[in-house]
Design a protein around this ligand. Structure first.
Ligand code: F6R
Length: 364
């Protein structure tokens, strides 16, 4: 059932090119995005003036990426909330808005409660859900299914990757119907989307290097992940993968925030992972990497092919293929998933069933 892999998590990491291809294939036809199956027609999408993305855990991290992508591409203001916060804080929901609930299982108690709150306020809800017929799928007004297939490992990988695709689709289509991008740009984005499965496969082919590095650092006590913009969102997910399955304390920090407190924790030998896939922020993040390195950190740098000068600062560099800056998350997350996985394996832990965690959190 594990298809020759040692753990479900490794199998599911390797299923990502297929999962992403299937999710794109379900909504892209003849070079155009078609969301009509979700119920969210172009006419309805055009009227949306604000989006609230609400979710828990990794799905919340997808929401953080969604905020950057939707605001930048479609020019719609987006707020992202943790479901457990949103449901208890009397959120101000403006008219002509859309609430987007992201959930692999479709059964997460807090996310379901957030959905019900939105509906009580008469705000339409789009569910981005993996499990067909789940509670969130049934109660959403519009439903965009991801096609990850069943996910067994507690730590999400392939479902997260398909949720990112859902965000890109929503952002690109909203940009089109609101007429804020040109036909050429629309076509180019969709074409680039289609290259992601192959590029994700390329990052997987590099896994031995990550395995080597992960086993070397399996005894680390603390790890910090830093990045800016979308790279900060990637850092959050990389850090969660690390802590949940390897039990190593890790934190994600917006790189520019380090000097407001956290940098006092940096000392000799602390592992810092600097994520720098965004060209516009590259030099800024590098300067933060220089700061931690000069305080003794051991530095892993994660960027795209071509940015080889990261090696002037990083002790160990990992490269992912170049793509649209918005889509870099889909590639950069793969080495970070592999890092968490191989550290957990090196420590002999129960990778697929980490302690204290459940696959589907149906109690708040
Ligand atoms: C982390 C992880 C969790 C889930 C969270 C939400 O690897 O899997 O953080 O992302 O519990 O679950 P769903 O998506 O089922 O609502």
């Amino acid at each position: 059932e594990k298809g020759g892999y040692e753990h479900f998590m490794l199998k599911e990491i390797h299923e990502q090119p297929r999962a992403v291809r299937d999710t794109i294939g379900a909504y892209v036809k003849d070079g155009k995005i078609d969301l009509s199956e979700t119920g969210l027609t172009d006419e309805k999408l055009q009227e949306i003036e604000r989006i609230y993305i609400v979710a828990c855990g990794s799905a919340y991290h997808v929401g953080m990426v969604g905020k950057y992508v939707i605001e930048e591409l479609a020019d719609i203001p987006v707020e992202v909330d943790l479901a457990s916060e949103f449901r208890y804080r009397n959120p101000k929901l403006v008219k002509n808005s859309l609430v987007v609930i992201v959930s692999q299982s479709g059964e997460t108690a807090d996310s379901l409660a957030a959905l019900r709150l939105a509906k009580e306020r008469k705000i339409p809800v789009l569910g981005i859900v993996n499990v067909v017929g789940s509670s969130i799928a049934r109660e959403s007004d519009y439903i965009l299914y991801t096609y990850a297939g069943p996910e067994i490992s507690v730590a999400t990988t392939k479902a997260y990757s398909t949720q990112l695709i859902a965000m890109y689709l929503l952002a690109i289509q909203a940009a089109k119907v609101k007429d804020v991008i040109s036909e050429e740009r629309y076509a180019a984005l969709i074409e680039e989307l289609g290259t992601l499965p192959e590029k994700i496969q390329k990052t997987l082919d590099d896994k031995e290097r990550i395995q080597w590095f992960a086993s070397k650092y399996a005894n680390a006590k603390d790890v910090f992940f830093i990045g800016r913009g979308i790279d900060y969102a990637i850092s959050m997910e990389g850090s969660l993968k690390m802590k949940e399955i390897s039990y190593i304390h890790s934190e994600a920090y917006a790189a520019g925030e380090l000097k407001h407190g956290t940098i006092s924790l940096i000392e000799d030998g602390i592992l810092v992972v600097g994520v720098a896939t965004q060209a516009a922020l590259f030099e800024k993040t590098i300067s933060n990497m220089v700061e931690v390195k000069s305080r003794g950190a051991y530095l892993m740098g994660l960027t795209t092919y071509g940015n080889y000068n990261i090696e002037d600062t990083a002790d160990f560099a990992v490269y992912v293929p170049q793509t649209e800056s918005f889509f870099a998350t889909s590639l950069a997350i793969v080495p970070l998933q592999l890092m968490g996985y191989y550290v957990s394996v090196a420590k002999g832990l129960d990778v697929d069933k980490p302690r204290n965690l459940a696959k589907s959190v149906t109690v708040e």
